[in-house]
Design a protein around this ligand. Structure first.
Ligand SMILES: [Zn+2]
Length: 328
């Protein structure tokens, strides 16, 4: 475990910030418009539209993105780093932290236990796909700072050598030339631990990580040993119905690809497939407990995000007293 906050403080914080409103998926919140904070989010978007749009204006569309080849970084993470990620995931889940469940194998049937008012343990056990948001409260960056830096550098370096998506997006945001544009505005939108059991899949062959620049996947377990099936496929841009590329993806390996490149995951047939997924975008390091759609400012998702952040802020101040070694 990395040095820093003690588990007991982490668990206490997460238990206290775990509210029902904070657990509603952003996709539901943003799509329905019926959620409590819908008006606030709409107002915020209107006020901030130019900057939000600038952050996505230069991103390749899915056809262009799918023509770009993914890059494999063999053994980017060692066993110790993998265990650090898994340990953080266990702590977040044990504390009732932000987790999203996918029921069945449909990419669209995403629900989370708390917003349905159901028992989390029941929903968890019946779902083959769990996503745990490790960036909640900036936990990943604060608990694993060296690893965060290493992953960011790996992604920016790979993008710079191959596609230049991040630099173009940053230049669009600042209104300056692409050449020499700093990458300070490129940060982590979402850090997710995907744990997928039998039947779990991401079957949508035209799935993309919309709005992000570059996506990083890291395999945390041993394909063929810890799980069977679950192959990551990168369908072709020209005809998504045709077979795509199945890149080698072994334990510790990273795959870096444009976020708007088609990707899907075949059903897991047995065992548990565990992968770390990080999306980089031009925007803030988000701390809200979902895959956020808002690049800047306090999350307005249903009002729950802002309330949640207020709670985190108060906890930070309290924790600073309790844990002066590494206050939030
Ligand atoms: Zn958010």
């Amino acid at each position: 475990m990395a040095a820093g906050r003690t588990p007991s403080v982490l668990l206490r914080c997460l238990r206290r910030v775990h509210t029902r409103s904070a657990l509603v998926p952003s996709s539901v919140l943003l799509g329905a418009g019926a959620a409590a904070g819908g008006a606030a989010l709409a107002e915020w978007r209107e006020l901030n539209a130019p900057r939000e749009l600038a952050a996505e204006r230069t991103l390749p569309d899915s056809r262009a993105g799918s023509l770009l080849a993914a890059v494999r970084l063999p053994m980017l993470l060692d066993e110790g780093e993998i265990e650090e990620v898994l340990e953080l995931g266990r702590e977040v889940k044990a504390a009732g932290g932000a987790t999203e469940y996918r029921l069945g194998s449909s990419a669209h049937s995403v629900v989370r236990s708390a917003d349905a008012g159901s028992d989390p343990a029941s929903a968890s056990s019946s779902s083959p796909w769990h996503t745990t948001f490790l960036h909640t409260g900036h936990l990943f960056q604060q608990r694993l700072p060296a690893l965060s830096l290493k992953l960011r550098q790996a992604v920016l370096s790979t993008d710079g050598l191959n596609w230049g998506i991040c630099r173009k997006a940053a230049a669009s945001l600042s209104g300056s030339n692409v050449a020499g544009e700093p990458l300070d505005e490129v940060r982590m939108r979402t850090i997710e631990l995907h744990e997928v059991g039998p039947g779990g899949a991401l079957p949508q062959r035209d799935h993309v990580d919309s709005g992000s620049c570059v996506t990083l996947d890291v395999m945390l377990c041993r394909p063929g040993v810890d799980f069977e099936g679950g192959a990551l496929e990168l369908p072709p841009a020209i005809d998504v119905a045709k077979p795509g590329v199945f890149p080698e993806f072994l334990q510790g390996d990273a795959l870096v690809f444009p976020s708007h490149k088609f990707h899907c995951v075949h059903p897991v047939s047995s065992g548990l497939r565990r992968v770390l997924v990080i999306e980089f975008w031009c925007g803030e390091d988000r701390s809200c407990p979902h895959r956020c759609h808002q690049h800047y400012g306090t999350c307005k998702a249903a009002g729950g995000g802002s309330r949640w952040q207020d709670q985190v802020h108060r906890l930070c101040m309290a924790s600073a007293v309790e844990d002066p070694v590494k206050p939030w």
